[in-house]
Design a protein around this ligand. Structure first.
Ligand code: IMP
Ligand code: MG
Length: 181
């Protein structure tokens, strides 16, 4: 465990077992009909790479960049689309992947945007869902783990751009957060 981490919440082995189950479930529900995967960068990068390697089918993967956190541990309340062009989704089925469902603003905003662009079906998948009141009523179709209302890093999730590469989901030491101010 890295010295900035207070405790590991979900370790690698537990994540891997859970991914097997989610990948099977997704494949079962789409039942051979084609879908495009849209990854919300950067948080969903690690999760997506591991999840999609459990799906031995010809998949198209697209990425979108949104910003809602701007380096803090609390949501800014605004979701900005950072790409000049969004993936073409008109008439298509989409599997949308994000790292974590927190206030719900990101998922609501991105789903709305994809539907506005003509997506036929949008299913969402998140590694983590925080048990808390959301700003909008939203839940993902596929959830890796439900966690408490605490700030986590690792397995794609960052604090000020760091820790995404840690192979587990953990909680930062208070002094790490304070020291970086
Ligand atoms: P929402 O729009 O509030 O649901 O937040 C979603 C985004 O906020 C996620 O994609 C993350 O980038 C970021 N986020 C929310 N909670 C955490 C956390 O505990 N650790 C790191 N990033 C988080
Ligand atoms: Mg994110």
């Amino acid at each position: 465990m890295h010295e900035d981490i207070e405790k590991v919440l979900i370790d690698e082995e537990v994540i891997e077992k859970r991914l097997d189950i989610i990948a099977d479930r997704i494949l079962g529900e789409f039942r051979g009909s084609p879908f495009v995967v849209i990854v919300i960068l950067k948080g969903a990068l690690v999760f997506t790479a591991d999840l999609l390697r459990r799906m031995p089918i010809p998949l198209e993967i697209e990425c979108i960049n949104v910003a809602s956190y701007h380096g803090e541990t609390k949501s800014s309340g605004r979701v900005d689309f950072l790409d000049a062009k969004l993936p073409l989704v008109k008439g298509r089925s989409v599997l949308l992947i994000d790292d974590i469902l927190d206030t719900g603003r990101t998922l609501v905003a991105v789903e709305a945007k994809l539907r506005e662009q003509g997506a036929r079906i949008v299913k969402s998948c998140v590694l983590l869902s925080k048990d808390k009141e959301r700003s909008a009523e939203v839940e993902a179709d596929y959830v890796g783990f439900h966690i408490g209302n605490e700030f986590v890093v690792g397995y794609g999730l960052d604090y000020k751009g760091l820790y995404r590469n840690l192979p587990y989901v953990g909680i930062l030491k208070e002094e790490t957060v304070e020291a970086s101010g």
